[in-house]
Write a protein that binds this ligand. Structure first.
Ligand SMILES: Nc1ncnc2c1ncn2[C@@H]1O[C@H](COP(=O)(O)OP(=O)(O)OP(=O)(O)O)[C@@H](O)[C@H]1O
Ligand SMILES: [Mg+2]
Length: 147
């Protein structure tokens, strides 16, 4: 039923638990697991841009990805692999988190998207974060919210 499984990770403990659950689902259904993190572009000042160019760290881009991104994906990958799915693909995209996740689901024909109920924000007042709320409403696939 769920052949293509996506887990959206933002580095929060909730999203790492989501990665574990997604890994178990992938195992049960013999499906593939993709981890996706959406990084906010960080706008650079002209001087910093020059610096990065001189150091050949980037091309013409006016932004860099949040430095946390790689660590977030590596940690999620470890947690997912510990639950049994050996082959885990990791993807980084830039943009608005909910919109980017919903687009990714549509473009890649994802069958099931797994998210944590909360993320880095983790305010106690509400049950669901804005990203999990928007993705569960707008994605054209089954959405699993891990508490
Ligand atoms: N930038 C992101 N990239 C990938 N997945 C994300 C991202 N942000 C949130 N998520 C996913 O959505 C889940 C819920 O996080 P969400 O951001 O909705 O809650 P929050 O941070 O507690 O609240 P808010 O961001 O609304 O203040 C996370 O556990 C994760 O699965
Ligand atoms: Mg958040």
């Amino acid at each position: 039923m769920f052949k293509k499984i996506l887990c959206a990770v933002d580095g929060s403990e909730h999203s790492l638990r989501a990665a574990e659950a997604a890994s178990e689902l992938a195992q049960k259904f013999g499906g593939t697991l993709t981890l996706l993190t959406v990084a906010k572009p960080v706008t650079l000042t002209p001087r910093l841009k020059e610096f990065f160019k001189e150091e050949s760290l980037m091309g013409e881009a006016t932004y860099v990805l949040e430095p946390m991104t790689e660590g977030v994906l590596n940690e999620a990958k470890k947690r997912a692999q510990a639950k049994g799915t050996a082959k885990v693909e990791a993807v980084v995209l830039e943009g608005h988190p909910a919109r980017t996740i919903v687009d990714f689901v549509r473009r890649n024909k994802i069958d099931c998207a797994v998210l944590g109920s909360r993320g880095q924000g983790d305010m106690e007042a509400t049950l669901l974060g804005s990203v999990s709320h928007k993705v569960s409403s707008l994605a054209n696939c089954t959405v699993v919210i891990v508490k």
